[in-house]
Write a new protein. Structure first.
Length: 190
C-alpha cells in the first residue's frame, strides 16, 4: 500500500470516528433533555413543559407576574394549570393579589383548603372566557360568556373598561389569548 493510500485511510478513519463521537454526544444530550421534559410533563401535564423562547401562555404570564402570586397559587391548588396552557383562544380576567386580599376575612384561606378544591376551581373558571376578547371589544359593552356557562356584562365608564364590575387595570397578549388584570375577584353563586 502506498503512503498516499495509508494517509488517506488514516484521515478517513479519523474523520468517521470524530463524526460518530460528536453524534453520540449530541444524542445523549437530546435524550437527557427529552427524558427531563417527559418526566416533568408526565407529572404536571402540559403545564410542566418548560419553554422560555415562545410567546408566553396565560399560565406563564400569571406565574411570572409579581402582582399575581395568590392567583398562581390558587390555580395550582385548584388543579387547573393545564387549561391555561391549551391553545385557546381564552381570555382570563386575572385578579391582583390586592383583589384577593380584599375578600372577606378567611375567604381565601378557606378556598385554598383541599376539601374546597372544586369550589376554588369554579371561582377561577368564572374568570375565563373561551374567546380572545381585547379591551376595545369589551369596551363596546357586551355579554361576556364565561367558561362556567354564565354571562357577565362588560362596559366602558369614564374611559375605563369594566367586566362584572371589576376594572381592567391592564392587559397582556398571550400565545393562547388575552390576560386582563382586574381589581376584583368574581365570586360565583353556588
Amino acid at each position: 500500500m502506498s503512503i498516499i493510500k495509508k494517509v488517506g485511510t488514516i484521515v478517513l478513519v479519523t474523520a468517521i470516528s470524530m463524526a460518530l463521537i460528536s453524534c453520540g454526544n449530541t444524542e445523549d444530550k437530546s435524550n437527557d433533555t427529552t427524558q427531563n421534559r417527559t418526566a416533568s410533563a408526565s407529572t404536571t401535564g402540559q403545564a410542566g413543559v418548560v419553554d422560555d423562547e415562545s410567546k408566553a401562555h396565560i399560565l406563564r404570564i400569571a406565574k411570572e407576574s409579581p402582582d399575581h402570586t395568590i392567583l398562581a397559587k390558587a390555580i395550582e391548588a385548584a388543579g387547573i394549570q393545564n387549561v391555561l396552557v391549551n391553545p385557546g383562544p381564552l381570555t382570563v380576567f386575572a385578579p391582583t393579589d390586592k383583589a384577593f386580599k380584599a375578600l372577606p376575612e378567611g375567604t381565601l384561606d378557606n378556598l385554598m383548603k383541599p376539601e374546597n378544591k372544586s369550589k376554588l376551581a369554579k371561582i377561577l373558571t368564572s374568570h375565563a372566557s373561551p374567546a380572545s376578547l381585547d379591551q376595545e371589544r369589551l369596551g363596546r359593552g357586551m355579554n361576556v360568556y364565561l367558561a362556567t356557562g354564565h354571562y357577565v356584562q362588560s362596559e366602558k365608564k369614564d374611559g375605563d373598561v369594566y367586566v362584572n364590575g371589576a376594572k381592567i387595570l391592564g392587559s397582556v397578549d398571550a400565545s393562547n389569548g388575552q390576560v386582563h388584570v382586574v381589581d376584583k375577584v368574581f365570586l360565583v353563586a353556588n
